[in-house]
Design a protein around this ligand. Sequence first.
Ligand SMILES: [Zn+2]
Length: 287
Amino acid sequence: MPELPEVETMRRGVAPVIGSQIEKAERPPCKCRPILMQPRIDAFDRRVQGKTIAEIGRRGKRVMITLDDAQVIVIEPRMTGLVLLADPPGEQHLRLRLHLSGGPSEQLLFWDRRGLGTVRLLRPSEIKTVVDDKLGIDALQISVQQLRDALGQSRREIKVALLDQSAVAGIGNLYAAEILFVAGVDPRARCDKLTGPQWIRIQSAIGIVLHDAIKHEGSTLSDGTYRNALNKSGGYQNYHRVYDRAQTMCRRCREGEIQRIVQAQRCTFFCPKCQRKSGLHESVDLL
Ligand SMILES: [Zn+2]
């Protein structure tokens, strides 16, 4: 958390500052352990001062801010990071402030309570090794064939494999569980045992779940950390089908009880009636 839908919501929320000029980059005083920032703030400031924000994109779970000289500020929120234009949840965890002019907002902020997020300023020549080589195709763009090429030979369980950012970029623990429920696939099924129709269902479910979550501006969990760029909660937590619903009745079949298991140290939620390893069960509607 945050995953692709939350980071995409952040990207859309700060997109109005495209065209703004960066007056100064500042690291607000913070008593917490500093976040990883490259280069250090003085060099960072020197390199971005006077530059215009040309584009704000997303790569997997990273916000990519491209400047008019082709340098890119890569912000990875990791566990609790937020990219905002105003109203951070608290001043004490503010990690970076870009003072802006010539646009609708005077600042762009990176806030991070736990401080596991990272901010990197990259030259065009560094993008390939620092970003592209580490990430698979974006989850919103991957085709069935590309998904099979990336994971089809793997002996890992499908739920664990979907979290591998070098295979497919953007899916994390929460959405992997939701995706496999919508696809009707058991999270413990081994990738190399999945059938062609199951891969088709998984790829369709990726699109359905992620687009739906973006429409609701992501999920704000009980810790309340994730906010959109205007500091409002997301709404998709109200639509979760299995995530954090252990021991409740499945909303789809109204028979199965949602199970919570642990895979590779992460919790997984699924319905044993709707999600079977064989894929041989009453067809699950892809909505
Ligand atoms: Zn069910």
